[in-house]
Design a protein around this ligand. Sequence first.
Ligand code: ZN
Ligand code: ZN
Length: 309
Amino acid sequence: MGFPLLKCVKCGGEAVVNLKPYGLVLCNEHFTEFYEKKVKEFIIKNKLIKPKEKVSVAVSGGKDSLACLIALDNLSNELNFQLTAYHINLEIGKFSKQSQKTVREATKKLDVPLEITDLKKETGFTLPELIKINRRPPCSVCGTVKRYLMNKVPRELGNEKLATGHNLDDILEFTVKNFLNNNFFWLSKLKPLLPSVNSKVLTKIKPLFERTEKENAVYVLSKGFNLPHLTCPFSRSSEWKEIIAKIEEWKPGFKLRFIKSFQKINFPVEKLNYKRCRICGELSSSEICSFCRVTRKQTGNLQELKNRK
Ligand SMILES: [Zn+2]
Ligand SMILES: [Zn+2]
């Protein structure tokens, strides 16, 4: 990495990143300072974390969640909150092994307590097995499983908030796709802070809402951590991301300005009639929650059901 012709605008040292929207070319040290200041200001401005709160950060092992873990750890003393990490082992072969290793190493280095859920132990199935038996798109099965466990396990461990590493690029792509599909329900939920609606639901926060993929990757490296080299075998390239990247190239700052303006729109929040899932007792919009359906709990573990009653 490095731009041999570019010098840091703050100190004249060797630059590692050119942040066009901000008109800033920065070295390692000054980029880290810039990034951490931005994350801190965002947390304070959006009241994401209150003093003495227990925050769990969901760490998949990818660059964004690692950046979120490192940045929150860096702020935990100053903003006075307790940080723990949560990882789900989806058991997608080599990819999951490497992800777990990355997460273990990073949390050990930072001395952040880590909780891991093994999907196979929890449900009897690995993610590839669940995808096969459900005949649904991989990311939809994965999303169902992750959303459920990330809400349940950290909450049962006494956390008040769940932080995720969603970045500006993901958020923008999601916004455009859902807007074009009239899907205002999901857009109404896409906020830096999504307050809990019920004691069974954790408050969700997205501290990296305005940070790009690139910034997150540079931040992880500049803090001396390794970036994972395997990507999820189920992930597909996104046309929308490419299109948005092209616009950003022509109009630097487009992504950030778009999402900042978009956030000012208040989409009508649909009032869903929440029930308790008949099988697991978690909050659900139908009789049986999507996690229990996907993991075949409604047909499979009947014995377990009887034991619970
Ligand atoms: Zn510098
Ligand atoms: Zn359920």
